[in-house]
Design a protein around this ligand. Structure first.
Ligand code: SF4
Ligand code: SF4
Length: 68
């Protein structure tokens, strides 16, 4: 299975909920002191569980699982 992680950074408020529910430590919070937003640190570790997508009230993450 191939998993694609789409981030809609403009919708992200940097709450960090998606990081806390990710079992694979895929996501990383960027904080430059002025703005906070999510980024992908370890895409290859993603198992496609969609925990992050389901917890994000801003719909800032979309996980697409495709059969290879
Ligand atoms: S992607 Fe969603 S859950 Fe994750 S930090 Fe941004 S707003 Fe919060
Ligand atoms: S789909 Fe699961 S493993 Fe992949 S980034 Fe989201 S929470 Fe982490």
């Amino acid at each position: 299975m191939k998993t694609t992680i789409d981030l809609f950074t403009y919708s992200c408020v940097g709450c960090g909920k998606c990081i806390r529910v990710c079992p694979k430590d895929v996501l990383k919070l960027i904080d430059n002191g002025k703005i906070r937003f999510i980024n992908v640190a370890h895409a290859e570790a993603c198992n496609g569980c969609k925990n992050c997508e389901e917890v994000c009230r801003r719909h800032a993450i979309r996980i697409i699982n495709e059969c290879a």
